[in-house]
Design a protein around this ligand. Structure first.
Ligand code: YH5
Length: 278
């Protein structure tokens, strides 16, 4: 399986690690924009060395309850970082945003994949993605980032997430974005309780519908709930999920801890291949 990018393809025959690069003021101590770009570039270089095949650049926190960021502020944060990575490093750049203007600016600066937790539902987003020729990750979320964890409810979480993603895939195709550019993501923690997250992670195989599946669980609240661990002690839990997701066929895993995840998913993929061959 491959993901079609604007001027090349990304092979997904082996699962790929997407390294998270937050460029929010709280993530890099603010010694001015120049220092921020340098620090972000250094972190990207480090994650590539640890095995990341995609760097996911994000300028707005979508953690539960976090505040929105203005469009021009978000562009000012992410575009210089995308430009620097494009100039200095050889890696697929993803832009983590819900805003069409940020998508357009980031793609013009060299981003090849749009990672949208709002699944291109913002007015104009489908057109921007088509015009950029970018690949797109369509994620499921119930509600809005600010309030999504207040009272998540589903009758059948797997069916509802699958139906939503199928509807967004159809919307993309109708807008002229071919399936070869798409991947889908159940949106772990986005308007979901622990039981919903577990139901989805246990059936990654059933979410695929022939498209690559991306899974993001790194440091998330589900490990606080399941294990009682603080953010800094959630890696073993996340590695277990990454391995089991890849075992079921997940193509991309979005993480903070690249080296450990790359090892875990290589082992899972080796076992998956061996099982397939027998
Ligand atoms: C995702 O799953 N997640 S941002 C809360 C945490 C820790 C981490 C401490 N963007 C995803 O990473 N894009 C985010 O608790 C994403 N899939 C895709 N495609 C949230 C995040 C986080 C939230």
């Amino acid at each position: 399986m491959v993901l079609q990018l604007p001027r090349r393809t990304l092979s997904l025959d082996a699962p790929v690690v997407m390294g998270i690069l937050n460029v929010t003021p709280d993530s890099f101590s603010d010694g001015g924009r120049h220092r921020t770009v340098g620090a972000a570039l250094q972190r990207a270089r480090e994650m590539i060395g640890e095995g990341a095949g995609i760097i996911d650049v994000g300028g707005e926190s979508t953690r539960p309850g976090s505040a929105a960021v203005g469009e021009s502020e978000e562009i000012d944060r992410v575009v210089p970082v995308v430009e620097a990575i494009r100039r200095e490093l050889d890696v697929v750049i993803s832009i983590d945003t819900m805003k069409p203007a940020v998508m357009r600016a980031a793609c013009a600066a060299g981003a090849e994949l749009i990672n949208d937790v709002y699944a291109l539902q913002a007015p104009g987003a489908l057109d921007v993605a088509r015009e950029a020729g970018a690949a797109v990750c369509l994620m499921h979320m119930q509600g809005q980032p600010k309030t999504m964890q207040q009272a998540p409810h589903y009758d059948d979480v797997l069916a509802e997430v699958r139906d939503f993603l199928a509807e967004r895939v159809a919307a993309c195709e109708q807008a002229g974005i071919p399936r070869s550019r798409l991947c889908v993501d159940p949106g772990i923690g986005f308007g979901k309780r622990l039981e919903h997250n577990l139901a989805l992670l246990a059936r990654v195989d059933a979410l695929a519908a022939g498209l690559p599946v991306l899974i993001g669980v790194s440091r998330k609240t589900m490990f606080g709930e399941l294990l009682g661990r603080p953010v800094g002690e959630r890696l073993p839990g996340a590695l277990a999920v990454a391995a089991i997701a890849v075992w079921q066929g997940a193509a991309i895993v979005r993480v903070h801890d690249v080296r450990a995840t790359a090892d875990a998913i290589r082992v899972a993929q080796a076992l998956r291949e061996f099982r397939k061959a027998k």
